[in-house]
Write a protein that binds this ligand. Structure first.
Ligand code: ADP
Ligand code: GLC
Length: 485
């Protein structure tokens, strides 16, 4: 069977550049799709760390983008077959992928517009070569608003239909820019309409992807349903209702080789199965690393998260008395909104040894957290999928999650029925409020006190299927359907 050739387009891909779960998904999907006869090449921007990770990248093509020359270069990192858009005028700068010192780059629409233009050029054969061994995709898979204009360029360039799939990882980030950028983005006037890129009087790059791709996926079935409602549709629910037949949800996996408690280099003690003793050693190491009191029997709650409104950080701060009331500890690793960072620092200073916070991004500590905490809090107001609860399941940390989006689809609440059936893997709660979270914390403490039920829930959690096998099969089937009809 000749593999189906897919061009993935995204602004992040683990391990070369990551700010969140998008990078994990984009980084893991290609290897998971390979056994299904799908060959993926992934186009990402040539930010400094990306180029540094690919010192020997070959130049495949040069093109003019947003008024200056750019190169499409190729290189491999592990299983990832990367195409890198090396455009120094857009990507060679200090800071992260989207911002520096907490301020978004003002030219983000043009930076990611250029990424989409490069993707469309590749889809149209820019790498096909003249007689030589070239490459041409059968399908384009674009991720989130940064890649959302890709289907638009392909819709308005006068070329033949090109199969496209657009995956939305988070409807909250919509990539809006003023209509005056239509020309600079190289979009024709006829693109500026309700059936095209127009969105609230300007250009909506997320909207463009949702409107113009052949198929839309999001990262869980529950989120796919939620976003067609006014309450969770972030003003796009009307459009999504009209496209309901093209919309589906596929739950994310995690890379079970990277997240493997039996082989994780970040852990002082590796383990498979609930292995209380090994988890105890990791807990002790975590308590020491975070400056928490060295108490093994104490229920230790943790959080690994971007610190934003979405993630319910304020709810955790408000529920702190409940956590401390149970004599429990709390450890948080995260970065984000400066106001949340400051409130968390204050909470840690107020309760030394019982509340600990590490502000920053630390991959190794994220692993140690999952192996050392007893329960992971994920009180998100909305959550398209969520990956940290999947890591928690695999590491035997009990996820305590809001029953929304992918959290609803990946955790089995330890209620009377599921405990009797022996299938519980965590705790879910609604409403997503301080009281809802407090109730869930109380339930967690009660479950923890009944050692046998806790152990059983941990065992179930560690057996949950959180890898890419099932989701990859679903993506592969979808891609084939879009290409072959
Ligand atoms: P989102 O993409 O909305 O931030 P996800 O749960 O889908 O949420 O993915 C978050 C990913 O980022 C996970 O792999 C998690 O372990 C990781 N992560 C988040 N914050 C940190 C941090 N401060 N340090 C290390 N890893 C982090
Ligand atoms: C987004 C979502 C998160 C999801 C991730 C990967 O960042 O917020 O829920 O897991 O994308 O799809």
């Amino acid at each position: 069977m000749i593999p189906l050739q897919v061009l993935a387009v995204a602004s992040e891909a683990f391990p070369v550049i990551k700010t969140g779960g998008l990078a994990d998904v984009v980084g893991a999907l290609p290897a998971a799709l390979a056994p299904h006869g799908i060959a993926v090449r992934t186009l990402i921007p040539g930010y400094r760390p990306v180029l540094a990770a690919l010192p020997r990248a070959r130049t495949l093509q040069t093109l003019e983008l947003m008024g200056a020359p750019a190169r499409i270069r190729a290189g491999k990192v592990g299983d990832l077959d990367l195409l890198v858009l090396d455009a120094p005028h857009l990507f060679d700068r200090d800071g992260g992928p989207y911002s520096a010192h907490g301020v978004d780059f003002p030219d983000n629409p043009l930076r990611f517009g250029a990424l989409c233009q490069a993707a469309a050029a590749i889809a149209r054969g820019a790498l096909a070569g003249e007689g030589g061994p070239g490459w041409r995709p059968d399908l384009v898979h674009a991720h989130d608003w940064q890649a959302g204009l890709t289907p638009a360029y392909l819709a308005y360039d006068g070329g033949p239909p090109m199969p496209t799939v657009f995956t939305v990882h988070n409807l909250a980030f919509q990539g809006w820019c003023p209509a005056s950028l239509l020309g600079p983005l190289g979009l024709p006037p006829e693109a500026f309409g309700i059936e095209g890129v127009e969105y609230f009087g300007g250009i909506g790059t997320l909207k463009a992807g949702l409107r113009l791709a052949d198929r839309i996926t999001t990262v869980s079935p529950t989120y796919a349903a939620e976003i067609t409602t006014p309450a969770d549709g972030q003003a796009l629910d009307g459009l999504l209702r009209t496209r309901r037949a093209a919309l589906s949800g596929i739950v994310n996996g995690i890379d079970t080789a990277v997240w493997d408690p039996a082989a994780d280099p970040a852990l002082p003690a590796r383990y498979s199965g609930p292995a209380a003793r090994a988890r105890g050693r990791n807990k002790a190491a975590l308590q020491a690393a975070m400056g928490l009191a060295p108490k093994l029997g104490t229920l230790l709650f943790g959080m690994v998260s971007r610190l934003t409104e979405q993630k319910g950080i304020d709810l955790v701060l408000e529920a702190l008395p409940a956590i401390l009331g149970h004599g429990a500890q709390l450890a948080i690793v995260g970065t984000g909104d400066p106001a949340f960072e400051q409130s968390l620092r204050t909470a840690a200073a107020t309760h030394p040894g019982r509340v600990a916070v590490r502000i920053g991004y630390d991959e190794g500590l994220a692993h140690l957290m999952q192996a050392g905490i007893d329960a992971l809090l994920v009180p998100s107001r909305f959550e398209p999928c969520g990956l940290t609860q999947l890591c928690a399941l695999r590491y035997g940390a009990i996820p305590v999650v809001a029953r929304v989006g992918g959290l609803a689809d990946t955790v089995i609440d330890a209620n009377a029925a599921s405990l009797a059936a022996g299938v519980a893997t965590g705790i879910q709660f609604l409403p997503v409020s301080t009281q809802g979270l407090v109730n869930a914390i109380d339930r967690t403490a009660a479950l923890h006190a009944g050692a046998e039920a806790w152990r059983r829930t941990q065992r179930n959690a560690m057996r949950a299927q959180v890898g890419w096998a099932r989701p990859a099969a679903a993506y592969a089937a979808l891609f084939r359907m879009v290409v072959h009809g």
